[in-house]
Design a protein around this ligand. Sequence first.
Ligand SMILES: NC(=O)c1ccc[n+]([C@@H]2O[C@H](COP(=O)([O-])OP(=O)(O)OC[C@H]3O[C@@H](n4cnc5c(N)ncnc54)[C@H](OP(=O)(O)O)[C@@H]3O)[C@@H](O)[C@H]2O)c1
Length: 275
Amino acid sequence: MDFKDRVIFITGASDGIGKQLAIELAACGAVVVGCGRSRDRLVETLKEVRKFSPKSLMIACDIGDAEQVHGMMKKVLADFGRIDILINNAGIGMRKPFVDTPVETIEAVMRTNYLGAVYCTHEVLPAMIARGSGHIVNISSGAGKIGTLNMAAYCASKFAMNGWSESLYHELKPLGVNVSVVCPGPVSTQFSHEFEDSEPKSPPQLFINVAAVSRAVMRAIENNQFEVVMPRWLALMCALKRFAPGLFRAIALRRFRSYVKIPARVAISPEFPGN
Ligand SMILES: NC(=O)c1ccc[n+]([C@@H]2O[C@H](COP(=O)([O-])OP(=O)(O)OC[C@H]3O[C@@H](n4cnc5c(N)ncnc54)[C@H](OP(=O)(O)O)[C@@H]3O)[C@@H](O)[C@H]2O)c1
């Protein structure tokens, strides 16, 4: 696909994978419209993006707020006439045993990672369907393929995104709108640095960089690929889980077992023996 003059909307364009995508797509001639919550970081991204694509724009918006998303998308569709490609990338993480994760955190993770993508897609799809063309790209995670210790809320949001993407694929392909879901393993961004002190840690050699993810996303769009799981070791793990689920669970349980502790909320409870 030629990205020149395509209008591409990227959520979470102010940092990490989204920022890299914004710059690379602008360098290919796309008009990039991005959003994020922090205005300061959006300004930094916009400076980089406008070096290649002067019409590009960044908008402050919390995608977890359906009304803000409605206002933003209405304005973008009015100003730019169309959105050719929507990249649902914005996301937040967490790492805590489920019992110790406040319900507010679980709700915030689901609201940003899953509902945020739903709100944005709901706003842009009618025009894509009417035109009979468009592409929705969902940035999920390896945690959307494999349930991981201490990441229950995050995994739930990404599994939701994967199931939703598969349904959308069947609904939209016959109408001319493509859907891709990209599931990367650990990526070196601020997102992963925030959790580098919590267990289980990903070994540094397993991290990939934002440029590799950005290239994979652009290839998925160009080749109309539905699902991308990367890097290769993660794709192999997903294949093992699919074809030998019992063996996979036994290996994972062995690997994770040493990280399991009595959750803090239980340890301080008067019912816990020893208190
Ligand atoms: N890093 C990894 O290891 C990894 C691995 C697999 C998948 N992923 C996924 O890749 C995506 C991007 O992650 P990243 O590593 O690039 O993270 P990042 O560097 O932390 O960037 C996240 C971006 O999302 C924006 N964002 C967060 N909450 C938002 C909200 N409510 N509304 C609007 N924008 C919001 C952030 O901007 P503001 O904070 O200013 O809003 C920022 O621009 C996420 O969906 C993540 O789940 C990451």
